[in-house]
Design a protein around this ligand. Structure first.
Ligand code: NAG
Ligand code: NAG
Ligand code: NAG
Length: 463
C-alpha cells in the first residue's frame, strides 16, 4: 500500500511545462529582487450565507488581511485571508491574492488550483507561477519577473479542506468533485461580494494536474449558479477555463502511458521493450475498470479498484525507472514530488511569515501535499470530468487545454486524445482544424495549437 500511495503522491503536481506556458501566455516586467519579512493587519470580514437542497444552512465568513508588499511583490497590492464555513460543518479555506502588475482594474482575475489531490496552491505560487520565489536560504523571497500577475490579478487558494494553510474538522473534509465545486463556488460568492471591484473583470479558473478534475468541477458549478442565480448572489463573469497537464478524462488518458514511456517525441525509451509490452497489455483491463467506475452510478469501490490496478500495472513501471514523472528528460531527485521544496517549507514555517499572512495556528504545519486528503480522493481519481466542460464551451466559455510535452504523468498524448474525442457542438470543426505553430512574442516556435469555437488544445515543446 505504501507503494501505491507513493504513486498517488507522484500523480499530480505539474511539470515545468506551466512555467514555459506562462512565459508565453503572459508578458513580463523588469524588477530585480527584494527580501525581509514584515507584519500583519486584519482589514475586514464579509458574510455570505447559503442553504443546500438537503436543507443544510451554512454561513461563510471571508476575512481579508493586507499583506505587506515587502513579503513578495513590492509593486502590487496583496491580500490574504480565510473563508470560514460554519453550520453543520467547520472548514476554513486559505487564499492569497496578488493584483496585476499591469492594470489591476481591467486585467482579468484568475483563480489557480494546484493538483495532488492534496497539494497546496501556495506551492505553485512559490515555485511555478507566482510573483516571487523563495531564496536559497528560505529566509526571504526573490521577485519572479515572469509571474502570472504580470497581466492578471491572481488568487491562489489552498483546497480542498486540509490542504496547505486550509483546515477543518477531519469529518468535514471533502472527498470528491461535488464538494470541491460547491465549496469553491461559495468561496467565490463571498469573495466577489467582498470585492465588488473584481465583479466586472473577466474571470478565469486555471488548474494543473489534478486540477484537471477541480477546474471542470468548479467551472461547472459557477456556470450552474449563473443559470439559476440565488437571490442576493453575484453573477460570476466566467470567461474561461484553463487546464495544464491535467487529469480530466482518465478513460482515455490512461491508454497513453506506454507510448509516453517508450515511443515519445524525445526518443527516450524510459522502459525496455518487454516492460512496454506489459504496460500495453494492461491497458484494456485498466480502461475496462475505469469505464466501470463511470457507469456504476459513482460506485466508489469500482473507482478505487481502477485506480489501484492502473497505477500498479501501468504508471508504476515508469516510476520504477527513477525518471522524473513531470519531466522524462531528468531524474526524479526526491521521492514523491521529485523536486526539493525544502526552502519553501522553511519559509512557510517562519513565524514572521505566518504572521504576515494571517495564518491560523489551527492550520498546523504547512506541507506541500496532504496525504490524507490525497487518499480521500482515491474514488474520485478515475472519474471522467471532461463532460462538465461541454455545457460551458457550448455556451461560449473558452476552454484551453495545454500540456508540456515532456511531462509523463498527465502527458500531452492523452490530453490531445481526449480533446479530440470530446463530443460538443464544435467537435467537427475542432477535428478538421489545422495544427498551427504557437509562437512567442519573439517569434520562437514554442508549441503547436489547435482551436475551434473557443476550445483549444496547446502542446508546449520542451516543457
Ligand atoms: C538569510 O540568510 C543568509 C545566510 O544565513 C543571510 O546572509 C541573510 O542575511 C539572511 N537574510 C535575511 C533577510 O534574514
Ligand atoms: C474562523 O474560524 C476559526 C475557528 O474555526 C476562528 O478561530 C477564526 O477566528 C475564524 N475567523 C473568522 C474571520 O471568522
Ligand atoms: C510509435 O509512435 C508512432 C507515431 O505515433 C507509431 O506510428 C508507432 O506505431 C509507434 N510504435 C510503437 C512500437 O508503438
Amino acid at each position: 500500500m505504501a507503494y501505491i500511495s507513493n504513486i498517488d503522491l507522484n500523480v499530480m503536481f505539474l511539470s515545468a511545462a506551466v512555467r514555459v506556458a506562462l512565459l508565453a501566455l503572459l508578458g513580463f516586467s523588469t524588477q530585480t529582487d527584494s527580501a525581509t519579512i514584515p507584519g500583519a493587519s486584519t482589514v475586514k470580514t464579509t458574510t455570505h450565507a447559503w442553504s443546500t437542497p438537503g436543507g443544510h444552512h451554512y454561513q461563510g465568513v471571508l476575512s481579508s488581511n493586507a499583506v505587506s508588499s515587502e513579503l513578495c511583490d513590492p509593486s502590487v497590492e496583496s491580500v490574504s485571508g480565510y473563508f470560514n464555513i460554519t453550520g453543520t460543518r467547520e472548514a476554513a479555506y486559505f487564499y492569497w491574492l496578488f493584483e496585476s502588475r499591469a492594470d489591476p482594474r481591467s486585467d482579468p482575475l484568475i483563480v489557480w488550483l494546484t493538483g495532488g489531490p492534496g497539494c497546496s496552491s501556495i506551492l505553485a505560487l512559490f515555485v511555478e507561477n507566482g510573483p516571487c520565489y523563495v531564496n536559497e536560504w528560505g529566509n526571504g523571497t526573490v521577485l519572479n519577473p515572469d509571474s502570472w500577475n504580470s497581466n492578471a490579478n491572481i488568487l491562489w487558494i489552498d483546497q480542498p479542506v486540509g490542504v496547505g494553510f486550509s483546515y477543518g474538522e477531519r469529518a468535514d473534509y471533502v472527498d470528491g468533485e461535488e464538494g470541491v465545486g460547491e465549496d469553491l463556488y461559495q468561496f467565490l460568492q463571498a469573495f466577489f461580494k467582498a470585492n465588488e471591484k473584481y465583479q466586472e473583470l473577466a474571470f478565469f479558473i486555471f488548474g494543473e494536474s489534478y486540477g484537471g478534475h477541480y477546474a471542470p468541477a468548479a467551472g461547472h458549478r459557477v456556470w450552474e449558479g449563473n443559470q439559476d442565480l440565488v437571490q442576493g448572489d453575484v453573477y460570476i463573469n466566467l470567461q474561461g477555463i484553463g487546464i495544464g497537464n491535467g487529469l480530466t478524462d482518465p478513460e482515455i488518458q490512461y491508454a497513453y502511458y506506454p507510448q509516453m514511456s517508450y515511443n515519445n517525441s524525445y526518443g527516450i525509451q524510459a522502459v525496455d521493450e518487454e516492460t512496454f509490452n506489459d504496460m500495453q497489455d494492461a491497458v484494456p483491463t485498466c480502461l475496462h475498470l475505469i469505464h466501470r467506475c463511470q457507469h456504476n452510478g459513482g460506485e466508489d469501490f469500482a473507482c478505487s479498484v481502477a485506480q489501484v490496478y492502473c497505477n500498479a500495472a501501468i504508471e508504476s513501471k515508469y516510476v520504477e525507472t527513477g525518471l522524473n514523472v513531470y519531466d522524462i528528460r531528468i531524474p526524479c531527485e526526491v521521492p514523491g514530488l521529485c523536486y526539493d521544496f525544502s526552502r519553501v517549507e522553511t519559509f512557510l514555517q517562519n513565524p514572521e511569515v505566518l504572521c504576515a499572512l494571517g495564518v491560523s495556528p489551527k492550520a498546523g504545519e504547512w506541507q506541500s501535499c496532504n496525504m490524507e486528503v490525497n487518499k480521500d480522493f482515491r474514488a474520485d481519481f478515475m472519474k471522467n470530468m471532461q463532460d462538465k466542460l461541454v455545457p460551458l464551451v457550448d455556451s461560449g466559455v473558452a476552454v484551453l487545454i495545454y500540456a508540456g510535452d515532456a511531462d509523463f504523468i498527465c502527458n500531452w498524448y492523452g490530453n490531445e486524445a481526449w480533446t479530440r474525442a470530446l463530443e460538443w457542438t464544435g467537435q467537427d470543426e475542432f477535428l478538421v482544424a489545422e495544427d498551427m505553430p504557437w509562437k512567442l512574442s519573439d517569434g520562437v516556435e514554442a508549441g503547436m495549437v489547435r482551436t475551434a469555437k473557443g476550445f483549444t488544445f496547446l502542446r508546449v515543446y520542451g516543457a
